[in-house]
Design a protein around this ligand. Structure first.
Ligand SMILES: C=C(N)C(=O)O
Length: 127
């Protein structure tokens, strides 16, 4: 097992690693919609939150020479499952820009998330 550390993307907000590599798989912790430049939570809409999370993931993936194309599984957590269609729209746009094959995915509606975020996503990526 190898702990991955990234220059870009948001820093962990608790006692966890941003990502851990085991064999050829990288397990990303739940990514919050934090703007890594400002450190601010992007939480004005689920669309912007989703956008920020996928940007954060892409930044970290680019550091290890990977992209959204390498994502094999996503788990989405949201406090706004009633706005699922909006999350889907942004999610689809980002993946379709780079691949025609979507990763496997689960989506879960939750009561609350760290920092009061509207959306959090975790990813498993093939390296
Ligand atoms: C934000 C997280 N991934 C956490 O607290 O576990």
């Amino acid at each position: 097992m190898e702990i991955l550390k990234f220059e870009k993307g948001p820093k962990a907000v608790g006692p966890y690693s941003s990502a851990v590599k085991v064999g050829n798989l990288i397990f990303f912790s739940g990514i919050l919609p934090i703007d890594p430049e400002s450190g601010e939570l992007v939480n004005d809409s689920v669309e912007h939150a989703t956008e920020q999370i996928l940007k954060n993931l892409s930044l970290m993936l680019s550091e290890v020479g990977l992209s959204l194309k390498n994502v094999v599984k996503t788990t989405i957590f949201t406090t706004k499952l009633d706005e699922f269609a909006k999350i889907n729209e942004v999610y689809q746009k980002h993946f379709e820009a780079i691949t025609k094959d979507f990763p496997a995915r689960s989506t879960v509606g939750v009561a609350s998330l760290p920092k009061g975020a509207l959306v959090e996503m975790e990813f498993i990526v093939e390296a």
